[in-house]
Ligand binder design. Structure first.
Ligand code: MN
Length: 444
């Protein structure tokens, strides 16, 4: 598995944070049920590299302890969200490693890449029951150079796995990707490449395996094919069987609605909402296109309240576009409106969208001496809102997706393994209870 992103309070929602933890817990529970020999987490176990909070650490610890109690070693590498790449400090992954909860594989640097065997605390590879596993953490734009050096030092032993947090170009347009060719060259030394970083699933040549994230870290990721790979290798006939599993957890529902608004009153909008067949507690993004209306006349608060009342979402994000823009000359207006006007003119030359109001609000908050947390929340909200906007605009020029669905046509499947994991109530960890004040962490 990869890209667990524990601790991600998406949209500032506690509930979303629990989603990420629950997905991780259920993935590990599946591994326990399947009695696997080991689990690999190919980076981004955590969402934030620096600030750890007790709740996130509890979530990680509980799940990893479950693996440990069942005698399942967890091999991991650090992703871009887990550690800064060259500041070789002590990461939270190292912390888990020192507490015998994971085996955090990474090379050492001493005039080049040093690839040493795991000594119980550190190392770049480990031998487990005749399987050799090499690990490489995320190195951003120097990945190619480090990989080249690393590969020269690889020694195949029986079945050899290479796990790394690195994206493959072409699947998604993001930083920290290398061309697939570079990885295919490892074929003479490695049998299986386990990747993380790209949040959607893909398989190349029954050789490169990327499971994708467990949840949607961004609205753009909703609907991606993703899951965990259940892999079985038979030493006698050298046969590799694998399957992408995703029935162990149902990701949060995201809904995207478009509404053309032609009148100021919200009754038509309410009517529109009532005709939507939307599951409760979904993340709802609504794009409102204003037709012959002025943005400033819209009662956004009332509209949002209507969405909450009628569709009962977990989170609602509304975006307004179009509308008659009336440009007014800067006159003898209030200081506030002059400032806003100037701000929006400055911001026009960037791709941030219409955030002049937010920037202005931010300035007021700072002047009021608001806490850094409040300001952080506001900025997060602005950024998340904008990223959705960018997605919408980029929809028709999507990146090519080579080998899509490759995992569906390859080798034979494992049967019996894909049956629904039974939801026995007492087995499901109740996260709220785990760290509720005054209550002991225990199973429900
Ligand atoms: Mn990630």
């Amino acid at each position: 598995m990869a890209d667990v992103h524990l601790g991600f309070r998406q949209y500032g929602s506690e509930e979303r944070m629990l989603d990420f933890a629950t997905a991780f817990m259920k993935a590990m529970k599946f591994a326990v049920e399947q009695k696997v020999d080991f689990v690999i987490i190919s980076g981004d176990l955590f969402h934030k590299k620096s600030e750890m909070d007790p709740v996130t650490l509890t979530q990680a610890t509980k799940v990893l302890e479950m693996a440990k109690e069942n005698g399942i070693p967890v091999i991991a590498v650090e992703g871009n969200h887990d550690a800064t790449f060259f500041r070789d400090g002590f990461s939270w992954m190292d912390y888990l490693s020192r507490n015998q909860l994971i085996i955090n594989l990474k090379p050492r640097f001493d005039d080049g890449v040093v690839v040493e065997e795991w000594d119980g605390e550190k190392g770049a590879f480990i031998d487990l029951d005749g399987v050799r596993i090499y690990g490489m953490k995320y190195y951003g734009n120097v990945t190619e150079r480090i990989l080249e050096d690393y590969v020269r030092k690889l020694r195949r032993k029986n079945f050899t796995i290479f796990t790394a947090h690195v994206g493959v170009e072409g699947y998604i347009n993001m930083y920290g990707c290398i061309s697939a060719t570079k990885l295919h060259r490892l074929k003479n030394k490695v049998d299986y490449i386990a990747l993380g970083h790209v949040h959607r699933s893909f398989v190349e040549d029954d050789f490169i395996f990327n499971p994708g994230s467990l949840e949607s870290c961004d609205a753009t990721e909703y609907g991606y094919n993703r899951g965990i790979f259940l892999v079985e290798y038979n030493e006698d006939d050298k046969e590799l069987k694998y399957e992408l599993i995703n029935h162990f957890y149902k990701p949060r529902n995201f809904v995207f609605l478009n509404y053309k608004m032609k009148e100021l009153g919200i009754s038509a909008f309410e009517e529109f909402l009532r005709t939507q067949n939307v599951d409760e507690k979904a993340v709802i993004h609504i794009n409102v296109e204003l037709v012959g209306l002025r943005r400033g006349h819209i009662d956004e608060v009332r509209m949002e309240e209507a969405v909450k009342r009628i569709l009962n979402p977990l989170v609602v994000r509304m975006r307004f576009e179009g509308g008659d823009r009336v440009f007014q000359p800067v006159g003898l207006d209030s200081r506030e409106s002059i400032e806003k006007h100037v701000l929006s003119q400055i911001l026009e030359s960037f791709d941030y969208g219409e955030i002049a109001d937010q920037v202005f609000r931010l300035k007021s908050l700072l002047l009021l001496g608001k806490s850094v947390t409040d300001i952080d929340t506001l900025i997060s909200e602005i950024l998340e809102f904008e990223s959705v906007t960018l997605v919408k605009e980029g929809m028709d020029k999507e990146m090519p997706r080579p080998h899509e669905g490759a995992e569906q046509k390859t080798v034979q499947r494992m049967d019996e393994k894909d049956k629904e994991v039974e939801e026995s109530e007492e087995e499901v960890w109740d996260w709220r209870r785990a760290y509720a004040l005054g209550s002991k962490a225990r199973k429900r």
